[in-house]
Design a protein around this ligand. Structure first.
Ligand SMILES: Nc1ncnc2c1ncn2[C@@H]1O[C@H](COP(=O)(O)OP(=O)(O)OP(=O)(O)O)[C@@H](O)[C@H]1O
Length: 297
C-alpha cells in the first residue's frame, strides 16, 4: 500500500530552482532513502512532504490526506531542524512538552535511553553538542508514535558508535511497522538501512532502485588480486568467459572480469592444485553508483 505519493513536485526560491520535477512513491513499512549531492533539492523535497513548504506545482498525497493537512500532524513525525527548540529548555522539558502534543505518545524514557541521551535529561538544549541535538530531534520525531517518520540527515554529526546505535533504533522502529523517509549523505547508511533509494540530482530523480539495483547499474566489474602458490600460464584463466583481463605484477596476479568471477577462477586454479594466497576481491559499491549517476557536478 502506497503511503506517500509525490507527483511532479517543483519548487523554486526566487531564481533558484530547488526541485525541478520529482516523482516517487513510498510503500507502507519500507525505509525509503533520498540520496543526492549538496544542493540537489533533498531537503526541499522532504520539507514539502512534511507540509513545511508549499510546492509551486505537483501533488503530494500522504496516507489519505494532502501534505500539510492538520489531521496528519499526529500520524507523521518530522525531525526538527536545529534552532527550532528554545536554548533554555532542558532535554526532559522538551520531551515532556512535546509529549503533550500527542494523544498517545511513546514512552520518551525508552526513546532517550535507546538514543543514549538519558545522562543529558537535565541539560539545556543550548548546551548540547551537535550530535546530542540531532539525537533529541530524532526522539521528538518519534514521540507521537507516528505511522510515518521523516528524518533529514539522520546521523550527520554523530560519531561512528552513535551512528550505529541510531541505525539499530531505526531498524527497530521499522520492525514496529513505521514507514521511514530518510535523507542521507552516507552511502553506508543508505545501503544498510534503505529498502529503496531515490537518487536526486539538480532537482530531479535520476535513479530509483534498491541499493543492490543501484550498485548493479554502476557495472558488474570485479577485480581479484592474489599470489598463486605455483606458476601457471595466463591461458589457464583468460579462456574463462568471466575473465576480461589478466595482469601480472611481480608474483601477484590481477584479474578483471564479471559474473561469478571469483568462483570460476578459484575452481580452475584448484583443479591444478594452485592456491590463491593473499586474495582480495573488489566490487562496485553504492559510492561508485552514486558518482556515476550524479557525475558532472
Ligand atoms: N530558503 C531558501 N532560500 C533560497 N534558496 C534556497 C533555500 N533553501 C534551499 N535553497 C536552494 O535550493 C537548492 C536546493 O536546496 P536543498 O536544501 O533542498 O538541497 P539539499 O539536497 O538538501 O542540499 P544539502 O545536501 O546541501 O543539504 C540549493 O541551491 C539551495 O541553495
Amino acid at each position: 500500500m502506497t503511503v506517500i505519493e509525490v507527483k511532479n513536485l517543483a519548487k523554486r526560491y526566487g531564481e533558484t530552482v530547488a526541485v525541478r520535477d520529482v516523482s516517487f512513491s513510498v510503500e507502507r513499512g519500507e525505509i525509503f532513502g533520498i540520496l543526492g549531492p549538496n544542493g540537489a533539492g533533498k531537503t526541499t523535497t522532504v520539507e514539502c512532504i512534511a507540509g513545511l513548504r508549499t510546492p509551486d506545482s505537483g501533488s503530494i498525497t500522504i496516507l489519505d490526506g494532502s501534505a500539510g493537512d492538520p489531521a496528519l500532524r499526529t500520524r507523521v513525525g518530522v525531525q526538527l531542524q536545529e534552532g527550532e527548540l528554545q536554548d533554555k529548555l532542558t532535554v526532559r522539558e522538551a520531551l515532556e512538552l512535546y509529549s503533550t502534543f500527542y494523544p498517545d505518545p511513546a514512552d520518551w524514557r525508552k526513546l532517550v535511553d535507546d538514543l543514549g541521551l538519558t545522562p543529558k535529561l537535565k541539560t539545556r538544549y543550548g548546551k548540547l553538542s551537535g550530535g546530542q541535538k540531532q539525537r533529541l530531534s530524532i526522539a521528538l520525531a518519534l514521540l507521537g508514535n507516528p505511522e510515518i517518520a521523516i528524518l533529514d540527515e539522520l546521523t550527520t554529526g554523530l560519531d561512528p558508535q552513535a551512528r550505529r546505535d541510531t541505525w539499530d533504533l531505526i531498524s527497530g522502529i521499522r520492525d514496529r511497522g513505521v514507514t521511514l523517509l530518510l535523507v542521507t549523505h552516507f552511502m553506508e547508511e543508505a545501503e544498510r538501512l534503505c529498502d529503496r533509494i531515490a537518487v536526486i540530482d539538480k532537482g530531479e530523480v535520476v535513479a530509483l532502485d534498491t541499493p543492490a539495483g543501484l550498485v548493479q547499474r554502476a557495472g558488474d566489474e570485479q577485480r581479484i588480486r592474489f599470489r598463486p602458490s605455483l606458476p601457471f600460464a595466463d591461458e589457464l584463466l583468460t579462456g574463462l568467459p568471466e575473465v576480461k583481463e589478466l595482469r601480472r605484477q611481480g608474483e601477484r596476479v590481477e584479474i578483471i572480469g564479471s559474473g561469478n568471477l571469483l568462483h570460476a577462477v578459484i575452481s580452475v586454479l584448484a583443479r591444478d592444485g594452485i592456491v590463491a594466497a593473499e586474495l582480495t576481491l573488489e566490487q562496485a559499491s553504492l559510492d561508485d553508483a552514486f558518482v556515476n549517476l550524479t557525475r558532472g557536478e
